[in-house]
Write a protein that binds this ligand. Structure first.
Ligand code: GSH
Length: 225
């Protein structure tokens, strides 16, 4: 029997979304507790008892809380090993873990800076730093594209892995940043990733076929395109 799971999350948060996708892929049921960031619910005392930094996601497993999305995904892999998201042998695990580390240091880090600068409309003050970020971002994107263009359906091979579930929400978040700030995005030479790169679009469509995907889609994006 699976343990009791309660997920605290914020709509549109990529780390929350990757955990929700993991729960969907592993067909684990959970209580969903959506925090309202506009009311700073993630900084209220009750929540800070679970997660002292007041960030999301936090997963409560029976009476134990786990924070940090990657730690949560790894625990879910132990709770429900199928389908395996971290490989089935050491070679696959090494490939996935190194992909995640590199993602965190490069694509993930630069994407967060680019998306936040666009959402906060801080283009002018950060122009130089943005140019550096975009250059690293583009190099990393090219590596992902090369992999997908080679005919590989997922970023680490033939099977869906944690790497795909980590990348997907970030790609969607960037899409939203570009879509909401077309003029600044254009000035920075940034265009819709899914409309520009067909292999990436095909890969994203594959992720969207995950059973239960619709329930993971950020609710405020549905009402506020
Ligand atoms: N490394 C953390 C990042 C968590 C994080 O920064 N979450 C953001 C949402 S994307 C958050 O909680 N922001 C609200 C806040 O800091 O008040 C993870 O992967 O779980």
């Amino acid at each position: 029997m699976q343990p009791n799971l309660s997920l605290y999350w914020i709509s549109g948060s990529p780390p929350s979304w990757r955990v929700m996708l993991t729960l969907a892929v592993k067909k684990l049921s959970y209580q969903s507790i959506l925090l309202d960031a506009s009311k700073k619910e993630q900084k209220q005392a009750d929540y800070l008892n679970l997660n002292p930094r007041g960030t999301v996601p936090t997963l409560v497993i029976d009476d134990k809380s786990v924070r940090e999305s990657l730690a949560i995904i790894r625990v879910l892999e132990l709770i429900q090993p199928e389908p395996a998201l971290f490989g089935r042998n050491w070679q696959e695990t090494a490939q996935i873990d190194q992909w995640i580390e590199e993602f965190n240091h490069f694509f993930g880090k630069e994407s967060a800076f680019i998306a936040r600068s666009l959402f906060r409309r801080q283009i002018e003050v950060q122009r130089e730093q943005l140019a550096n970020s975009i250059s690293v971002f583009q190099k990393e994107l090219d590596i992902y594209l090369e992999t997908l263009e080679s005919g590989q359906p997922y970023v680490c091979g033939d099977n869906l892995t944690a790497a795909d579930l980590i990348l997907f929400p970030v790609v969607m978040w960037l899409e939203r940043a570009f879509f909401q700030n077309p003029q600044h995005s254009h000035e920075l030479g940034l265009t819709s990733l899914l409309e520009t790169y067909k292999p990436l679009k095909d890969w994203a469509e594959r992720i969207k076929t995950i059973d239960g995907y619709e329930n993971t889609y950020p609710p405020h994006w549905k009402v506020n395109n």
